[in-house]
Ligand binder design. Structure first.
Ligand SMILES: [Mn+2]
Length: 390
């Protein structure tokens, strides 16, 4: 017998309450489906929908949003989509709702979605990982787990394929899944070079299952409703919300889409490395807040996260000679002497760094290889650190 999506969502409130109460009397086994700690739209949607897929054959499967509940305000596109398709997001479990270390015992099973190695701060989960569904470069962890790691634009494509195989789909679930695939592939735009044939096939299939609103004959106003008539309109609402950063301070921009790792260098020293990704071009950010405000925010973040190395990737369109062009920039910062790391990064081909500005321990570059996202940049940085031998 199949479990309907609405039934699964209704049960989440009770399951989340059970976890929040830290109840040691959780009946039988517990399966947590954890997205990555940047908690973007893809991670949130993939963890909810993979949890639903697993719930067809497993009792008590709970998706966990891997960010604090209050940080949802930093991700308005996620907030809107989840409210629209799930109606009640208070039923969801956020990482600060539960005591993960307490739940990590012999009756716990973990599925990682949209990442393939637990975040540094969640490394203790590694022995409990039973499955992985992801689209990042394989970090070679959790080798005993069921692993599905494929290069696609959006992890949601891989989850959609599983749901296809299970023969369970629902109009709200289809809308939930199609959203990150559109966002991560720039609406399947070939020029963005992100969509794979699998992403395109998922969008085509899901699109036929969504209850789209009737086509409006009037030009629609710019309200942020998701009662839209098709994928293009859904993409445009979510993308503009995602790009809305004008209400965020420099410091909030740094924490909005953030990942952190630990890397051991050639001398055995452990580095804590953080990478913020910001969809706001550096030129516009400097114009808005000024260099010293940005520098101060970065130093504050380094202190807050206790980072040995902070990277800030900015991207977006700016006008160059009257033409809008997409570009990426990279800020590298540290309170330590990292000149050697910076020198090596400047020789990394997939970055193509060109000097932009430098103040104190904060280097700013234009990243001429604008197709390289954090998925490519972190492995490059990791390589550089691992080869340090002074
Ligand atoms: Mn993803």
């Amino acid at each position: 017998m199949t479990v309907a999506f609405k039934t699964f969502i209704r049960a989440l409130a009770a399951n989340s309450a059970l976890l929040r109460a830290n109840n040691t009397a959780i009946p039988g086994r517990l399966t947590l489906v954890l997205g990555n700690e940047s908690a973007d739209l893809d991670s949130m949607v993939s963890s909810i929908s993979l949890a639903y897929a697993l719930s067809q054959s497993t009792n008590l499967v709970v998706p966990v949003i891997n960010t604090n509940r209050q940080d949802m305000v930093l991700r308005p596109e996620c907030d809107l989509l989840l409210r629209h398709t799930l109606s009640d997001i208070s039923a969801l479990t956020f990482i600060d709702d539960i005591d993960l270390a307490h739940l990590a015992n012999e009756s716990l099973d973990v599925w990682l979605v949209d990442h393939n190695a637990p975040a540094s701060r969640q490394a203790f989960l590694e022995p409990f990982v039973r499955g992985i569904v992801d689209h990042h470069i394989d970090e070679g962890k959790c080798l005993g787990a069921q692993r599905q790691i494929e290069v696609v634009a959006s992890c949601a494509t891989l989850v959609a394929q599983r749901l296809w195989g299970l023969g369970v789909m629902d109009p709200d679930l289809a809308k939930l899944l199609i959203a990150p695939i559109l966002v991560d592939s720039s609406n399947l735009n070939p020029a963005a070079c992100r969509a794979t044939p699998a992403d395109i096939a998922s969008v085509q299939w899901l699109s036929t299952l969504v209850d789209w609103a009737p086509e409006q004959s009037l030009a629609s106003d710019d309200d942020m409703s998701l009662d839209v008539s098709g994928p293009d309109a859904l993409y445009s609402v979510l993308d503009s919300l995602k790009g809305k950063v004008s209400h965020l301070s420099s410091y909030d921009l740094l924490r909005k889409d953030y990942k952190q790792w630990q890397v051991t260098d050639g001398t055995g020293k452990l580095w804590t490395v953080g990478i913020s990704s910001i969809s706001f071009p550096l030129k516009k950010w400097i114009k808005r807040d000024g260099l010293s405000d940005i520098e101060q925010a970065v130093r504050h973040w380094i202190d807050k996260q206790q980072l040995d190395l902070a990277l800030v990737m900015t991207h977006g369109k700016t006008k160059e000679d009257g033409v809008k062009v997409y570009g990426r920039q990279l800020i590298v910062a540290s309170e330590r002497d990292v000149g050697k790391v910076v020198d090596k990064l400047r020789n990394v081909d997939i970055l193509g760094l060109q000097p932009f500005d430098k103040t104190g321990g904060v280097w700013m570059f234009t990243q001429s290889r604008s197709e390289s996202s954090r998925k490519q940049v972190f492995p490059a940085v990791k390589d550089v650190i691992e080869q340090l031998d002074y």
